[in-house]
Design a protein around this ligand. Structure first.
Ligand code: SF4
Length: 1019
């Protein structure tokens, strides 16, 4: 593929392999330019592709860059010779995996995510008393983590803080800082014990390693001829030092970034890196690196760019203004409404009008500065029958279907969670009324143990009340029926989810609560909305892995809590489904994305631009900010001694970053931008004073390019922001409809108080709810439901891996080693997902392990493969009776085999059990284990009322056009399969984990640790 470079791009290409800084403005084709630079180095400077190292921030960006580069490479280049593209953290991890022991790092260490780091800090923090740190304040943990992250960002550790504290004896702030440092020393010890490292450690340890062993740095440097650093504005000082240690002193380094999109300073990005690049990475001749710019914006029309350029100036940008490459028609509208609901109504009407004129929903997006603003917009767009997809976790938790699923997880984990129970019982599934609640709590009151101090007082919980319904008088027949149904479902779930994986648990809840049927019964657009958001949540549950051990519901719920409060982990840009739905996403997650039409709501003073979360990062006043003397970017962080001057400087820095966030938001739009706000926000508690337009709103509203679509006069403060009116079938229990009531309960359970007041039963409700809550929190759990420690579970995926190579299974499941991200698996998962969408079932079982053998082979260029092979097949023409059907087969030797079948097609009493493979046919006999497990599952478990008379098990290979391998699973075959599966699980139990080399070694993550594997590959 050939692309014609613009003059700006050509000027960069003409510089050849040398150190260059490229200031690439928003929408100027940054990734394309990087790909052009690399292909130019290959084509015109005789540099082999594999000797070019590309570095970017996220896995997604790394994959996109690798793909773009391979598309641009000259035809003469062997496609197997790839440019090496890493994330910054991935590169550091590779350095450690090669030379870790020299830095005292066990190469088998796992990497923990920020959420788990927080959990580990919490465990360490609460294990010892503290004099100065407030152990009752939950923000204390965040402060410890914050300071730990900053230390890592500047290549320091808690020991450095303790050393620095010596000269600050008597200083209160430093005394507190010393306690934080001590907690971090404990955290580091805990990590060593668990054999894990966090993201900061990766960079810190690898940099120290390279600094201590210059010869090793030279070895790594000699592998490459040029390094290309993408998104360089988001790097922190530690990452920069790692780069300069290996690639400084005249090595050709090309950095591409946009200082105007530095929006991650709060998590360590240093604006000074980009500013000082030309000095940090001089040319081979010792001169400052070349400085170039890309200003021709190919995304947005001139009207939007004019406004974006003005926003940029508010951030004190020194970069050149953007110019529109094309004279696109653009429109910018502002609207200031009475309250959040009328504002969301306005957005909904604008989107409806666009859609009526032929614009797909997927060309529209709503970008939020904060998670809290999602809920109202989700509600109102839903009421307008607009399909929508929430693309980040914080916002996703505001979606009613997800809130309900989370409530079920919570109740299964902890039956005393009264908020979650209320959500479920008042929700659409059961619609319990306040009068029914009164009866239940009355029974609880009457059955209160008379002698609480008796040796064995009988505990009575709400669950037990529900289990004793036949003893309770006064319940309506309908309520009794609903509570019976709840009880059955709850009990089934408790039993069946005992040893299930997290993702399987979520899927089972959706099955048992008939959530999918409810979704399928919705009209088309709400159905698409519900499906997309449930899929996204299930993807999250699938991808998520815990600190140690198997993913548990408890740890996942903790993770969700943390994500709701602190979306810092969501650094990757959003992954969109491609369905025709409006995207709802935070601005931070929208970086790198674009839409024809973008709405930015809640642009009110203090919200966007946002005020500081707490305080400005002043290390003189607050113990949890890194002191200037330990920072590596001292130019940026030299702080005035005078308190007022210092505050003014920190304030200005904070708002400059907020304006850059606004710049990122505005430059996502191609043709239309809708900027809005309102006076009254807050659900359920409306703010006390009306909101004012923020400086950002005023800038856009007063700009000559924008059209004022309305600016309301301030009205009286509403008592509450009532959500949309019900559109059909008014609920007899909730005037505003069950969805509104549920959402109110989700937002704040105290909203039920108001509802009771509306019904005139406030006093009665308060008394009974109080009694109920007292019971819930004072009585014992309904019983231990933890997994049976003795029983063991192995996935079908694990069994196939074991059949291939027991050692690989050992390093994957028993004593896991770090593993590479598998792009083929990601592609395979996507195909499965699309098949499932097509079959209208559940989300595919797309964990990484499955992908290892499920998606090894991509179709050759020109071959018909992947999803299109499925589309043309008999499998697409027919509806499967079961899709993504989970099962667990007890092998009778203490092992349960768990798995999920892609599809089961039923014709009369004949079943065809199908597993779709995104790769091409492989006759590796170990794969047959999968079909054996499916056949035994169908025989033992059954998936429907009527058992099949005959069963075929099929692999449908989609990789090179459809190829089908089918086996007739008659009784003899099933028994032989059972014997084979039993033998495999017995061998696992006996600890037989010898290497079994074969062609699979080529794709084994553990090759570098495995002698027999290396012999196989080299032979
Ligand atoms: S390299 Fe080969 S032999 Fe070694 S663990 Fe991996 S698959 Fe097994």
């Amino acid at each position: 593929m050939t692309l014609q470079p613009t003059p700006e791009q050509q000027a960069i290409l003409d510089l050849g392999p040398t150190s260059i800084r490229v200031r690439a403005g928003a929408g100027t084709g940054k990734t394309t330019t990087v790909a052009m630079v690399i292909s130019n180095l290959v084509a015109n400077h005789a540099i082999a592709p594999e000797r070019i190292l590309g570095m970017t921030f996220t896995n997604k960006a790394a994959a996109e860059l690798a793909e773009k580069v391979s598309n641009l490479l000259p035809d003469s280049v062997d496609p197997a010779r790839q440019v090496e593209v890493h994330t910054y953290h991935g590169f550091a991890a590779q350095v450690l995996s090669e030379y870790g022991p020299l830095a005292g790092v066990d190469t088998r260490s796992g990497i923990i995510t920020p959420t788990f780091a927080r959990q580990l800090i919490r465990d360490v923090f609460f294990s010892a008393p503290h004099d100065l740190l407030d152990m009752t304040y939950r923000g204390t943990l965040d402060r410890i983590r914050k300071l730990g992250d900053q230390l890592g960002d500047h290549l320091s550790g808690p020991e450095d803080l303790l050393r620095a504290s010596v000269i600050h004896a008597g200083d209160e702030i430093w005394a507190e800082r010393v306690e934080i440092a001590q907690a971090l020393v404990g955290y580091n010890a805990a990590k060593r014990e668990l054999r894990v490292v966090d993201y900061s450690d990766l960079v810190t340890l690898s940099t120290r390693l390279m600094q201590a062993h210059p010869a090793l740095a030279g070895t790594i440097r000699d592998r490459y001829r040029v390094v290309v650093l993408d998104e360089y504005q988001d790097t922190n000082p530690a990452q920069r030092v790692l780069m300069t240690t290996i690639f400084g002193n005249g090595f050709p380094v090309i950095a591409v970034g946009d200082e105007d999109q530095t929006i991650y300073e709060w998590r360590g990005a240093s604006a000074q890196n980009f500013e000082d690049f030309v000095d940090h990475f001089p040319t081979a001749e010792g001169a400052p690196a070349h400085d170039t710019s890309l200003t021709l914006n190919r995304r947005s029309g001139p009207g939007i760019l004019e406004i974006a350029n003005e926003i940029r100036l508010e951030a004190n940008s020194a970069a050149d203004a953007l110019e529109a490459a094309d004279d696109l028609d653009t429109e910018v509208f502002t609207y200031w409404g009475q309250d959040a609901l009328s504002e969301a109504e306005w957005i909904a009407r604008q989107f409806e009008a666009l859609h009526e004129s032929g614009v797909p929903w997927s060309h529209m997006a709503v970008l939020f500065r904060k998670n809290k603003d999602f809920a109202v917009v989700i509600d109102v767009l839903g009421r307008h029958d607009i399909p929508l997809e929430v693309a980040n976790v914080g916002g996703l938790l505001s979606v009613p279907e997800i809130a309900l699923l989370r409530a079920w997880l919570s109740v299964l984990q902890n039956p005393e969670d009264s908020t979650a129970l209320a959500q479920i019982l008042f929700g659409s599934g059961y619609r319990l009324g306040i009068a029914d609640l009164a009866v239940l709590t009355g029974w609880l009151a009457a059955n209160k143990p008379e002698e609480p101090d008796a040796e064995e007082p009988e505990p009575v919980t709400l669950i037990e009340a529900i289990e004793s319904l036949d003893q309770i008088d006064g319940l309506s027949a309908e309520a009794r029926k609903r509570l019976d149904r709840f009880h059955d479902t709850y009990r089934e779930l408790l039993v069946e989810t005992q040893s299930m994986s997290l993702a399987e648990t979520c899927r089972l809840i959706l099955d048992r609560t008939r959530a999918w049927q409810d979704v399928e019964a919705l009209p088309p657009n709400p159905r698409l909305t519900a499906r997309l958001n449930i899929y996204r949540f299930l993807d999250l549950a699938d991808d998520w892995s815990p600190l140690s051990g198997r993913p548990s519901v408890e740890a996942f719920l903790d993770y969700l809590d943390a994500m709701e409060e602190e979306p810092a982990e969501e650094l990757d840009s959003a992954r969109l489904s491609g369905e025709d739905a409006v995207t709802l996403v935070t601005v931070h997650r929208a970086k790198g994305l674009e839409w024809e039409n973008v709405a930015i709501p809640a642009v009110f003073d203090g919200n966007f631009p946002s005020g500081p979360a707490g305080s400005y990062p002043d290390p003189v006043k607050f113990s949890y900010y890194l002191p200037v003397e330990l920072r590596l970017d001292t130019t940026v962080d030299a702080l005035p001694e005078d308190q007022q001057e210092r505050s003014a400087l920190l304030r200005a820095r904070h708002y400059a970053q907020e304006w850059r966030v606004a710049y990122v938001a505005a430059t996502r739009a191609k043709r239309r931008l809708f900027v809005s706000g309102a006076y009254w926000y807050g659900v359920p508690e409306v703010r006390v004073t009306p909101a004012k337009p923020s400086p950002l709103f005023t800038l856009v509203e007063s700009h000559p390019q924008s059209v004022n679509a309305g600016h309301a006069e301030v009205g009286a403060r509403p008592e509450m922001l009532r959500r949309s009116e019900p559109d059909a079938d008014p609920d007899p229990l909730f005037e505003g409809g069950w969805q509104a009531a549920l959402r109110m309960a989700i937002d704040d359970p105290s909203q039920l108080d108001r509802l009771a007041a509306l019904h005139g039963v406030e006093t009665q409700y308060q008394r009974l709810a109080g009694e109920w809550e007292e019971r819930l929190f004072s009585l014992d759990d309904v019983g231990a439901h933890g997994p049976d420690e003795k029983s063991r579970s192995v996935s079908v995926t694990g069994l196939v891996t074991y059949a291939q190579c027991p050692k690989r299974y050992y390093w994957t499941d028993v004593d896991p080693l770090p593993r590479r991200r598998n792009l083929a698996a990601t592609r395979g998962s996507e195909i499965h997902r699309r098949i499932e969408l097509d079959q209208r079932g559940q989300v595919p079982f797309d964990d990484m392990e499955l992908g290892l053998y499920d998606a090894l082979d991509e179709p050759e260029p020109g071959e018909t493969g992947g999803y299109s092979a499925y589309e043309g097949s008999r499998f697409a023409a027919e509806r499967a009776r079961f899709v993504e059907a989970p099962f667990g087969v007890d092998m009778g030797n203490n092992y349960t085999i768990r798995g999920r079948i892609d599809a089961i097609y039923v014709a009369d009493r004949h079943w065809e059990v199908v597993d779709f493979k995104s790769g091409r046919r492989k006759d590796d006999p170990s794969r047959m284990v999968q079909l054996e497990a499916y056949a035994v599952a169908v025989n033992d478990v059954g998936f429907g009322d009527a058992r099949p008379e005959t069963v075929d098990v099929t692999f449908a290979y989609l990789g090179g056009g459809l190829e089908v391998v089918t086996v007739s699973a008659d009784d003899a075959w099933v028994e032989s399969a059972r014997a084979h599966l039993t033998a495999l699980t017995n061998a696992i139990d006996a600890g037989e984990f010898t290497e079994s080399p074969g062609e699979w070694c080529h794709t084994c993550d553990f090759l570098q640790f495995c002698g027999p594997g290396q012999e196989e590959v080299s032979g």
